[in-house]
Each structure stands twice: as C-alpha cells, then as structure tokens.
Ligand binder design. Sequence first.
Ligand SMILES: Cc1ncc(COP(=O)(O)O)c(C=O)c1O
Ligand SMILES: [Zn+2]
Length: 439
Amino acid sequence: MNAQNTSATLRCIEVECRTSFSIDQRLYVCPACGGLLDVDYDFRSLENPGESKAVFKQRRMSDAACDLSGVWRFRELLPFVTDVSSIVSLVEGNTPIYDAPHSASYAKLESLRFKHQGLNPTGSFKDNGMTTAVTHARMLGAGAVACASTGNTSASMAAYAARAGMRGFVFVPAGQVAHAKLSQSIEYGASVVEIEGNFDDAMRIVRDLALEADVYLLNSLNPFRLEGQKTIIIEMMEQLAWDAPDWIVLPGGNLGNTSAFGKALYELHLLGLIARLPRLAVIQAEGAAPFYDLFMSEGSTLTPVADPRTLATAIRIGSPVSWKKAMRALDWTRGIVATVSEQEIADAKAIIGVDGIGCEPASAATLAGLKRLAASGTIGATDSVVAVLTGNLMKDSGYTVDYHSGRLTLGERKIESTYANSSIRVPADQSEIRKILKI
Ligand SMILES: Cc1ncc(COP(=O)(O)O)c(C=O)c1O
Ligand SMILES: [Zn+2]
C-alpha cells in the first residue's frame, strides 16, 4: 500500500453540532461552535476483523518503515494519510507489556501488567501521537510547529520536528520541567521558551499564538495527536490476543490519553476487533485533580484548578483541554476517576522500581491509584488489569534520588522515604567494604 484514498474528516464532537471539515485545514476546534474535533472515518472497508488482525501481525515480519512503527503498523485504523512515504517516524510504539508481581502484591491484586510507553524513542507515550501529528503537519505543508508542555510533549515534538526538517517552538513553565526533558528539546534543536507561569499559562499563550502566527499547534488539542495515541490501546489488545482486560489504568493530566484510549476502544469494539470494552480508571494527583472533581460532582462543566500542585510535574495541569472527550471516554467504558497523594505516588514509584521496571512519577500514579481502588473493592483482587506507564524512569532522576536519600519535599511538606534504597559512603578499602556490606 503506497497511496490510499481517505474518508477522513474532522468532525465536531458536540452532539448538537457534528459539523465536519476537510482534514486539509489547520483547525484545532470547531469553527462553528468552538467544540473539540475528532478525526472521523468511514470504516466500512474494514468488515473482516480476522483479516485485519492477520495483516497487523504479518507486518511484524516486514522491514518497510511504515510496518516497523508500532503506530503505522495499524494504519487502517487511523487512515488519514494518503501517501505512506510522507510519514515522519522514529520507529515508535512497539512497547512491551510486563508482569509486575511486586507491584501486584503491593496493590493486593493477584496479578498486574504494565504497558511501558516510557520505552519509546524519546522516552514517553508522546511519540505515539507525535508521529501522526507531525505527519499531518507535513501533509499541510507546515514549516513550523509549536506546543505547550510539561516536558515530554516538547521533547517528542522537538525530535519529530527535527526529523521532518521543521522549526519547533516549545513553551514550558519556567523552572517546572525536569532537566532530562528540557535537555532533549534543546538537543533536538527546538526553540525553547520558558514562560513565567504554569503549564496552563503556556497552553493559553501557544493556543493564541497558533491562531495568529504561521505555526501548527501540536498539543493534544490537535486531533491528529490522539489518532497516534490510539495505537497504545490497539497494540495492547494485540499483545493480549485481542482479549480485553477488565481494567485499563492511566494517569490523567491534560486528558489526551484518556480521550485517545476511549476513542480507540470505541472503534475497536465497533469494528469487532474486541468483544467487550474494558473499563478505564483515570488517576490524578490530589493537588491537580479537576477531572476527579467533575467526576465526583456528576456535573457537566469542568472547573479548573487555579494553582495545581504535584511533584509529578507531567500531570501538574489545572485546566485540561480534552476534558469533554475524556468524559465521553468514561461514558463509553463505564470509566472512573480516582486521586492519590504525593506520598502514595512516591511509594508506588519505588515499588515499580523493585519489579525492575521503573517509571517517572506521573506514571506511578497508576499503581498508587490501583492500591486505593483495590482496597475500596472497586477493582477486584482477581480482575485483569493493565496499567500504562507513560514515561521513562530516567526522565526525572532528581525525584528518584531525592526520594531514596530522604530529601523529597513538596513545599514545606516532606515526603517519607518509605522504601528508601539510599547509597552508602565507604572508605576506599576492600575489607572495610566487605564488613559494611556483609559479603
Ligand atoms: C509521563 C506523563 N504521564 C502522563 C501525562 C498526562 O497525559 P495526558 O495529558 O494525556 O492526560 C503526561 C503528559 O504530559 C506525561 O508526560
Ligand atoms: Zn461544532
């Protein structure tokens, strides 16, 4: 398949609007009503789920660039590209699912699996969505792309923009981005702008900028990002032999993943690729939990949190742009939202490390949330659960070292190092060392 026709359109998600627009336009929200946009397809050509599964599997034997990617291998499920030679890829996706026995017993579950999106080319799940969004930018002929970011989006966008030969502008909250993430954007050649404000300020500024200046916005407001992030779920289902688990657990910040996971599950179910829908459990940090508040209030409008606070900087977001799509995802999957404390996130992260897996703080919210949900009986001890680890351990090494050495604090509040594994200082003398280590 080199060139294909596409039925893809942009369609407003608001039920009383549902206006559709050409994908050749640079749109972020519906021009008619301001609603969020979906990439919408006529999937009628995919009538045979068995055949689709066989095609996806066969591609694992192929050396073609579009088959090596764990995103584009599933291209019939995101068919907006008419010419696969225009794809901008770093061979993303293809991330493993691990059994995690320590983490399972910590949460008092019989078993638990992690899908580790931190093992992507730039170390986070953002690569799944950036390959599709930058490919769409290329289809539009964009010369420059931009995003607001807590660090991972910018690292990923900078890499893909570099691959595509585009200018990249990243807007980050000054002093609130982990060093490793910042270093990636700088190294990949993006223009890094540190805003004196928080993520939500950066998001507001870059949204306005994209309406005025000749830059294509690549935040998860951009529906083409979410098309790529759908493949996290598609690949997960393939790895589980298309047998959906009871629960999929993920951290929630700007809620792009929640939205993309919901759309993926809805479409897979519609197309007969999975027989039943798993439930989504979205976990937020207590200090940055506007989506949890909305879920608990059973209201219909999200109230932003003015000053979100959490050491899990990737989910330090008070005004998530995709909340309406995320609500829809909960509706489709009988999903739930829970919160966890800073202490719970920190301890859960250390436990994930003991399984030899590791992740960044935001990702550990999943295990912390699971522990709470299992304790309350919401998730049963024998339920099948896959949690998504969104970022790599090395993304925020400062947090890890501070935790294990008893120096982790949020403002005045000290985080206890419950599972500390601190390094020890010894004289340069073997017999002394053997005495100390008892070996
Ligand atoms: C590691 C990590 N986890 C979770 C999130 C939150 O994802 P979302 O904004 O899709 O809710 C982010 C977003 O930056 C992230 O970088
Ligand atoms: Zn509309």
